[in-house]
Design a protein around this ligand. Structure first.
Ligand code: PHE
Length: 404
């Protein structure tokens, strides 16, 4: 991999030289253009690719993220663009659809890089999809920032792969800590989506932390996303008499599961992770998600001025819609990227990579973003509670490893 990258960056230096002479020849040496990283689309713009679940079962993930990214880019362009070295450039976004399928990610990302000639890539949301897109960016030497994939393996795909969100060992810990400290729960059942890298790791990390805090896992039951019938599995869980159920899945399945659990007379709290974050969940689940909780990246009712300013701008841009965590993370990922571009002073992949890696104390909507040496962000988690038909901010949990 390292050898390959060296060859690639050498090649891009060679093609840069070619591009520079082409500009000089073509413009008769009169036009002043930034020779660095202009690529095929001209030096006057910065091209950002976004691979996202715009359609398919998890479409709110992709659409919210895309809206957050577009808002950030619009603000930057409205303010004149991004200053890259000597030039000020407009940012253009190319979004392409993974259709909520990990098998599509490789081709989508390859097209963004080879055909659309993007300088950097944002995406995906679902860890299982990011795991397929990341190696393509890594091999091409194009930096990728996932706004929201929390599985640890994503950034382990290589040194061009970053995230602006926390990781699941912390998210599992936070869920366990909340269950023990706030809900006073000692026995839980786990319900795990084995089709999702995210769900599996989060369940394991929760269980490890929960047992470490003196709790007991009384039942562990599996499903695969998209399944509709949970009665047998929930009956098994009911027989184990848990005091709470930990359900780290995606919103698409949570409504069905919660409704069927309540129908079986299971009234205990159900606790989830960030994968619950979609307005669709409450629409589909109704009352069944009362007494439910999930860990997330931000709460729109957080009174902090940065958050309220973002909520206001997003509502103004998108017909009064309240931004979910994905929109906030998309917004932050785009702004972290643009800030790194300004610091790098070039769109060259390896310089841009180094600048992203140096991100420190960036004031994001989802919290201060400092990337650690594993290219992950260390940030606090919020817990949301469903109460009286609304999600309300319930707790904030700090990462015990912060600052280490
Ligand atoms: N963290 C989830 C994953 O890694 C994705 C997600 C993030 C979903 C935030 C919703 C909100 O798969």
């Amino acid at each position: 991999m390292t050898v390959r990258r060296t060859v690639l960056s050498l090649m891009s230096r060679v093609s840069l030289a070619v591009a520079v002479s082409a500009v000089v020849v073509g413009a008769g040496g009169c036009e002043k253009k930034d020779p660095k990283g202009g690529g095929a689309g001209g030096a006057s713009e910065v091209r950002v690719g976004h691979y996202a679940s715009m359609t398919g079962p998890e479409a709110t993930f992709g659409r919210s993220t895309d809206e957050g990214i577009r808002l950030a880019i619009k603000e930057i362009n409205d303010a004149g663009g991004v200053k890259v070295g000597e030039t000020t450039r407009r940012v253009t976004l190319v979004t392409d659809d993974t259709e909520s399928q990990s098998t599509k990610a490789g081709d989508v990302v390859r097209k963004l890089i080879d055909v659309n000639k993007v300088h950097a890539v944002l995406g995906e949301v679902a860890s299982s999809i990011s795991l397929e897109g990341a190696p393509v960016c890594q091999e091409a030497g194009i930096p990728m920032i996932t706004p929201s994939s929390t599985n640890t393996r994503v950034t382990e795909r290589g040194d061009y792969i970053f995230r602006v969100c926390f990781i699941d060992p912390f998210q599992g810990f936070a869920g366990a800590k909340f269950a023990v400290d706030e809900l006073k729960v000692k026995k839980v059942a786990l319900l795990v989506d084995t089709a999702s890298a995210y769900s599996q790791q989060l369940a394991d990390e929760f269980a490890k932390a929960f047992v470490g805090m003196g709790g007991e896992v009384v039942s562990r039951v599996e499903y695969q996303k998209g399944e509709k019938e949970f009665n047998a599995r929930l009956t098994k869980i009911r027989e184990a008499s848990p005091e709470a159920i930990y359900l780290p899945g995606y919103y698409t399945d949570i409504a069905n599961i919660a409704i069927q659990a309540r129908q079986l007379g299971i009234r205990v709290p159900i606790i989830g992770g960030d994968g619950w974050d979609s307005e669709e969940l409450a629409k589909n689940a109704g009352d069944a998600i009362e007494n439910c909780f999930y860990t997330n990246h931000y709460a729109p009712d957080d009174p902090s001025p940065e958050i309220q300013e973002f909520v206001r701008a997003y509502r103004a841009a998108y017909n009064g819609k309240t931004p979910d965590g994905l929109a906030a993370l998309g917004y932050d990922a785009a702004r972290v990227l643009i800030a790194a571009l300004e610091r790098a002073g070039t769109t060259d992949g390896s310089a841009l990579r180094d600048a992203i890696a140096a991100t420190k104390d960036f004031p994001g909507v989802t919290g201060r973003i400092t990337l650690d040496r594993n290219r992950n962000a260390v940030k606090p988690i919020v817990v949301l509670e469903r109460k009286g038909g609304a999600w309300i901010f319930r707790a904030k949990i700090e990462d015990p490893s912060a600052g280490r």
